[in-house]
Design a protein around this ligand. Structure first.
Ligand code: PLP
Length: 430
């Protein structure tokens, strides 16, 4: 399978190059040239999670990985439970936060780390992964790549804009992981990473790679849990997916699953106050917004990178996008009320990101009266956002063991301005 750049169809590479390059040289994002329809028989068959993953990912990777190699990677990467919590007859929550860093980013980070390790094993090469994070990507990548030989990881995160636990998770590992604490927003971090990729001098001195959702290899493993959730519903009918969105990688992965054959009534792209996408669907205008800080901080993204991919998937036709995706934005107050209501009504705790997804599903039901089964993707464990949730519910949330260990470690970060030249000086000391 070839992957082409969203900026220029003529630029295309194989899976391995797309994985290591992250961003195409022209600044575009890689898209698979086709998304094969696997047929409902495949999705209805009795497969384990990792078998389902292998079946869905293999068409994209088969030029570079044998089935057996891909199976090994998937079995090691997806070794944690993926429960569905039923709230009522129609609404369920897909808990994607049972990986080591307690957020759904573990799916992609663990898959990418193992795939890169596989390719690097027989090469005497060092690569540097640059990653911008709004919170959870950094910790998932740090954890997934920790101690992997031949890979150096440099994480850029916005100072004072990640939760205490997220910060500990990304600044305490040491070893091959370095955390740069940027005096700016997530968008600033992302801009710095993008500039590094386009800098000829850096490109010639390092083998740079990215683990952000600009990397197409992140989307492939993320499409698998949509299929898994649909299978668990035990129906052959379309269902609703409500996705809390920031950079829109997760949603784009769902669109891939849909093209592969998972029947979907509607995707709900639920956002916090960062409403670039719902605004775009309503007005047809894409605004360059600065990120607004909210309590669902991993979604504080002003300009979601994956919009390029979504537009490419729908041939730049906004009416086609609107047929498949509805989108609304919700405030911090609505988010807090939702956490409280779900806690009161179902004795169930959700984190602020998941709450945005629940609000999206509720909004859709109000507007359409649809009684179709709906699944909210739960992207983080509530314990990661105890500082936000505890005052709302008036109770303490016990920390999981892994969070307790991380909280006791010492933070080590390098403070930096948001200027790209500072990042470059750091990477290439004079
Ligand atoms: C990253 C993240 C999101 C947003 O996912 P995107 O793929 O960037 O849209 C939502 N919730 C949590 C907890 C996250 O870490």
């Amino acid at each position: 399978m070839r992957f082409f750049s969203t900026k220029n169809n003529a630029v295309s590479v194989g899976f391995k190059d797309a994985l290591f390059q992250g961003l195409a040289e022209d600044g575009g994002l890689y898209m698979p040239e086709t998304i094969p329809h696997l047929g409902t028989d495949f999705f209805q068959s009795n497969l384990s999670y990792s078998e389902c993953a292998v079946g869905m990912i293999h068409p994209f990777t088969k030029d570079d990985l044998t089935l057996a190699q891909l199976s090994d990677i998937c079995e090691l990467a997806f070794d944690f439970p993926i429960p569905i919590k039923k709230l009522n007859e129609t609404d369920s929550v897909l808990e994607l936060f049972h990986g080591p860093t307690l957020a759904f980013k573990d799916f992609a980070a663990r898959f990418m780390a193992r795939t890169m390790l596989h390719f690097l094993e027989n090469e005497n090469k060092e690569i540097t992964i640059l990653v911008a994070t709004s919170g959870d990507t950094g910790s998932a990548v740090a954890n997934g790549f920790f101690n992997i030989e031949g890979i150096k990881v440099i994480i850029l995160y916005p100072s004072n804009r990640v939760s205490a636990i997220q910060e500990k998770q990304l600044t305490t590992l040491g070893g091959n992981i370095t955390a740069l604490e940027i005096n700016g927003t997530f968008d600033d971090c992302q801009r710095m990473v993008k500039s590094a990729f386009q800098d000829a001098e850096l490109r010639s001195r390092f083998t740079l790679s990215s683990a952000n959702s600009i990397n197409v290899a992140r989307l492939l493993p993320q499409s698998v849990y949509y299929a898994w959730a649909w299978k668990q519903c035990g129906e052959n009918n379309p269902i609703i997916f409500s996705v809390p969105c920031g950079n829109f990688g997760n949603l784009t992965a769902g669109l891939f699953a849909n093209r592969m054959g998972i029947p979907v009534e509607i995707f709900i792209a639920a956002t916090n106050a960062n409403d670039t996408f719902p605004y775009f669907l309503n007005s047809g205008t894409l605004q360059d917004q600065d990120a607004i800080q909210t309590i669902s901080n991993a979604m504080d993204v002003g300009v979601p990178s994956n919009l390029d991919r979504i537009q490419t998937l729908f041939d730049d036709d906004i009416n086609l996008i609107k047929k498949d995706i509805s989108s609304w934005s919700f405030s911090d107050d609505e988010t807090k009320d939702c956490i409280q209501n779900i806690h009161n009504n179902f004795d169930y705790l959700i984190d602020p990101h998941t709450a945005i997804g629940v609000l999206g599903l509720n909004e859709y039901r109000e507007k359409t009266n649809s009684r179709t089964k709906g699944i909210v993707l739960s992207t983080a464990h509530p314990g990661k956002f105890a500082d936000v949730i505890e005052p709302i519910i008036g109770e303490n949330i016990p920390l999981t063991d892994s969070l307790q260990i991380a909280m006791k470690k010492e933070k080590i970060s390098i403070k930096m301005s948001k200027k790209f030249s500072d990042l470059k000086d750091y990477l290439l000391p004079k």
